[in-house]
Write a protein that binds this ligand. Structure first.
Ligand SMILES: [Zn+2]
Length: 291
């Protein structure tokens, strides 16, 4: 289990899966053998040289601060057919056991926050009970981006594009809203005394980053899918293929990297491999990770 102390906050990675998934040169067409060789010293936890595929982690972050238990992003979930994503098809992972081992039973979670409404960030929002999708975390408020909600609602209601996000919008977002447990937020928004929500759109229209003030000037930032891989720190214009607005995604990434470098905040991305969290530093006009 990866546990990070950041000021008065404890931030724990709750793993769902960690596997080599996408061929690096398909994902990032600008990537060359020379680039892979140049970065060879740190790449192994992030790249499987035998298959040529990048390794992606799917995890949540459990943020514990001032007695509160806050879950950020909710992975893919179990028992969901994903013929389009065979590596996440019909998962059967002991995710809730891992969450309990990290210090939180479902009924202890106060707040669930999704950086954006893609299927791999929503799965554990809900569970099936008596044939109905109900919130997994019965005592939690759920924070969703209103811009993303409006966007994926439209996608879901259009007969040409439904079901949005392989059905997870219907299964993992709508039941939470219908149960009156969702707060649809437009950023920037100060959520409470230690969390600020800021827009970082492009990967999805309403993608958020969550900034945590952990006391004494110590900061953390949970960045979801602003970047997926540490190669993108060196090459911020390399986009992950799935974006609502590719140019906006690049601008958001540079803006977030600039802020991480200037504030010294520890960064907790949504999919980066071991050790999963770290820092981003300025390197001339570019950036480099310190993970
Ligand atoms: Zn994702």
């Amino acid at each position: 289990m990866s546990v990070f102390k950041v000021g008065k906050a404890t931030i724990t990675r709750i793993e769902e899966t960690y596997q080599a998934i996408y061929p690096v040169k398909e994902l990032f067409p600008a990537c060359t053998d020379d680039i892979l060789k140049h970065h060879g010293s740190w790449l192994p936890p992030h790249y499987d040289a035998t298959s040529g595929k990048i390794k992606l982690s799917v995890h949540s972050w459990l943020l514990q601060i001032d007695g509160r238990k806050i879950l950020i992003d909710c992975c893919c979930g179990n028992h969901k057919p994903r013929p389009q994503r065979p590596w996440w098809n019909m998962l059967n992972e002991p995710y809730l056991d891992r969450l309990a081992a990290a210090g939180a039973r479902p009924d202890e979670i106060d707040l669930v926050m999704c950086t954006h409404l893609h299927h791999d960030h929503l799965g554990w929002n809900t569970m099936q009970r008596d044939g109905k999708w109900v919130p997994t975390f019965p005592n939690a408020r759920y924070v969703f981006s209103k811009l993303d909600f409006d966007h994926f609602k439209k996608v879901d209601e259009d007969p040409k594009t439904t079901p949005a996000e392989f059905g997870t919008f219907k299964e993992c977002v709508v039941p939470v809203v219908d149960a009156g447990k969702a707060d649809l937020v437009t950023g920037p928004h100060k959520l409470n005394e230690f969390i600020d929500i800021e827009p970082a759109g492009g990967h999805s229209p309403g993608h958020f980053v969550f900034k945590v003030d952990a006391g004494g000037g110590i900061k953390a930032m949970l960045t979801g899918d602003v970047f997926h891989h540490l190669l993108q720190v060196y090459y911020p214009d390399w986009n992950f293929p799935k974006n609502s607005d590719a140019e906006q995604a690049k601008r958001s990434r540079r803006k977030v990297f600039d802020e991480l470098a200037s504030t010294g905040a520890m960064v907790f991305p949504g999919h980066v491999g071991a050790p999963f969290a770290g820092y981003i530093e300025k390197d001339g006009s570019n950036f480099r990770p310190r993970f």
